[in-house]
Every structure is written in C-alpha cells, then in structure tokens.
Ligand binder design. Structure first.
Ligand code: ATP
Ligand code: MG
Length: 368
C-alpha cells in the first residue's frame, strides 16, 4: 500500500497543497515550524480519523479559516482508494471513501494503516503505566475484537464498582454483596485480559529485540516485562484481600487496570538509565515491532511516518535504519528532518525511488 497523492486545504499551516509522493521514500525537510510534522499528521489523520497530536479537530483548521479538508489517494494492489476527511466549522467531521460517507471511525481505522514514530513517543518510556497500557491496549484491541469487548466490559464494571465504593463512603453503609456482583465480572474478564497481555508481550518482545539488535549491532540487551497482580495463581485472594483498602480509598486497588510494562536495558530501567539516543532507538524498535504485527495480521505494510528520527541517533544507527529501508523491510516511508544535508546524505546511498520535498511555511518545493 502507498499514498500516491495528498491534497490539503486549510489544514494547520497548509492553505492549499497538492502533492504527488514517491511510492518508496519521501523526505520532508525544512526549518523548525515549517510544517513537516503537520504533513505527517495529515496522513495519520486519514488513516486514524484524528490527529496524532491535537485532541480537538477544530485546532487543525488553519487560523482564520472556517474548514479543513484532507484528501488522500491510497493505492492497494493497483487499485486507488480516495479517502476524505473534512471539518466544516461548527459541523460534524465528514469522512469518505471514494465519496461514500463513513459513519463510524471503526469502519476505516485499520484499512489504510500507518505507524508513526515521533519525538513525543518517548513518553511511552518516561510516563506512568497508563500510557503504556493504552499503547498495548490499542494494538491488542485492533488485533482481536474479543479483547476489545472484554476490555470494555472490564472498564465498565470497574467504573461501577468504584462509584459504589464512593457511595458507601458517603452513606456510611456497606453492602458487600453488591460489590461482589461486580467482582464476578472483573475477576474472569481481568484474568482473560491478563493472559492475552502476557502472551502478546512475549511475542512482541521478540520483535522489538530483533529490530533493536539490528539497529545497535547488539550493543545493549533490552527487555520488556509485563507486570500484573492477576499473574499470580492466587490472584482472586489478592483481589479480595484489598477489599478493606478499597473501602477506605474508595477505589479498586487490585486488577489489570494497574498493570504495567517495564522496559529495561542491560537489566536497568530504561526510564532512569537509558540515554536519549538509547531511548530513541528503543522507541524505533518498538514501533517497528508494531509495524510487523500489522503486516502479519493484515498482509499489508503500513505507511511508516518517521518524524525527526535521525535526531539523537549517531551516524552508525542512522546508517542501520537506512539499510533497513533499502532492504525493503518497509513499504512507503515518510521521513522528516530539519537538517536537509543529513537526510540527503543518507538517502543518496539508497537505490529506491525517492523524492525530497523542501517545506517553507506550509509551501512545498521539490528537488530530485
Ligand atoms: N491550526 C493552525 N493554523 C495555522 N498554523 C498552525 C496551526 N496549527 C499549527 N500551526 C503552525 O504549524 C507550525 C508547526 O508545524 P510543524 O509542527 O509541522 O513544524 P515542523 O516543520 O515539524 O517543525 P520542527 O522542525 O520544529 O519539528 C507552527 O508554526 C504552528 O504555528
Ligand atoms: Mg516537527
């Protein structure tokens, strides 16, 4: 799959742009604030129906304008699919495939897959467990509808249980039978989710290790450990034991909503001991593992959006990454860099079809 053409109207700092891409490599170079990341975000938008960076769609309308429109032409097995995403101010977002309206985001997510690596993804390492749980849950939910159904069931029961705990505190009356009616959902559903997370993290780690080893010539060894109170054989009694604490703190303390995935390097937590370049290398390996998972599941190579990946990597690691691209491991690749000479230097060696776009304040020009 590749994106043949992209049309943007009033999307962030692009007033009007119409771009034909290479099916292999597209480099976007330009000064800070010129619009490189915005262009990747427009591609992400078409695939995921929302921005990778802005919580509100309205923020993506160019200042002073009253709508945005993004139209992309994806080619899959020789057939072109035209995907549209537009937001007229004050109205609902309009998503279309070949001009037919798409009612639910779920209908389109996963059909034109992308994997993005952006500087803020380092938060997967540096932030708390919730960020990592969300990342893994979103992959698992897209792979398996049953996982998503269980996750929704679990979260719903958890919310109800927590609100019951708050009610008990307010009224001073406790009804343990009522709590147990939720426990009967949380325990089996949580155990199933825990098993899925465990299985997945094992196979995912193998993929991360393969990419990390290649990228770094095996310089450091990395690990991913899935942690959950539901891994214990006696998880049910662990859950019940925290009942007194639940009543005092007015929330459920044990369960898979407290799980974490611990990333480490040479036996030490990556969060505390990894250098910026090592953390960046890990995130790249993690995202490439995500790429592999989608490729295996769907049989299509997602579009790879690499935002500022060269930054903080040494020349050796940049060389390795470009070798991976040259070896056709990936399909279409978009890569941004504020230092044009660095990108053109590394891309020079590649025999694949490449286009270099120079971006200046939302306007593109091209050099071959
Ligand atoms: N809704 C909007 N309307 C107009 N301009 C916007 C809007 N949203 C963002 N911008 C502008 O887009 C620019 C940022 O673009 P972008 O993040 O793509 O830059 P970049 O080329 O990736 O820069 P860097 O090299 O620093 O990463 C900023 O100047 C910002 O003001
Ligand atoms: Mg940027």
């Amino acid at each position: 799959m590749y994106l043949k053409n992209l049309y943007l109207a009033n999307f962030k700092n692009y007033e009007d742009a119409n771009i034909d891409f290479s099916k292999d490599i597209n480099a976007l170079v330009g000064d800070n604030g010129s619009g490189k990341t915005n262009l990747l975000d427009a591609i992400y938008f078409l695939s995921m129906t929302k921005s990778a960076f802005n919580h509100s769609d309205v923020q993506c309308i160019r200042h002073g304008a009253d709508f945005y429109s993004i139209i992309g032409r994806f080619v899959i097995d020789g057939k072109t699919h035209t995907v549209g995403n537009a937001l007229p101010q004050g109205k609902r977002k309009k998503i279309t495939i070949d001009e037919n309206p798409v009612e639910k985001a779920m209908e389109i997510i996963g059909r034109y897959p992308v994997v993005m690596v952006a500087p803020n993804h380092q938060n997967l390492i540096t932030e708390g467990g919730e960020t990592r749980r969300k990342f893994f849950d979103s992959i698992l939910s897209q792979l398996d509808r049953n996982y998503l159904a269980d996750l929704l069931r679990y979260n719903h029961a958890l919310k109800q249980r927590n609100s019951l705990l708050r009610q008990f505190a307010e009224s001073g009356r406790t009804d343990r039978d009522m709590l147990e009616s939720y426990d009967r959902i949380l325990l089996p559903t949580g155990k199933r989710l825990c098993n899925e997370r465990m299985q997945f993290s094992k196979s995912f780690l193998k993929k991360i290790i393969r990419h990390y080893r290649y990228l770094t010539d095996g310089k450091e060894s990395i690990d991913l450990e899935y942690q959950s109170s539901f891994l214990a054989d006696d998880f049910e009694s662990v859950f019940h034991q925290s009942m007194e604490k639940d009543l005092i703190l007015q929330r459920t303390n044990a369960g898979i909503h407290r799980d974490d995935y611990i990333f480490s390097m040479d036996g030490f937590p990556l969060k505390k001991f990894g250098s910026q370049g090592q953390q960046k290398s890990f995130i790249i390996a993690l995202k490439l593992a995500h790429f592999d998972v989608i490729h295996e599941k769907k049989g299509i190579k997602p579009i790879l959006l690499l935002d500022d990946v060269f930054d903080k990597l040494d020349d050796h690691r940049i060389g390795k990454l470009t070798n991976m691209i040259e070896d056709h491991e990936f399909g279409q690749v978009f890569i941004t860099d504020a230092r044009p000479e660095r990108t053109t230097h590394f891309l020079e060696k590649l025999t694949l079809e490449k286009k270099v776009f120079y971006i200046n304040n939302g306007t593109l020009s091209m050099k071959n």
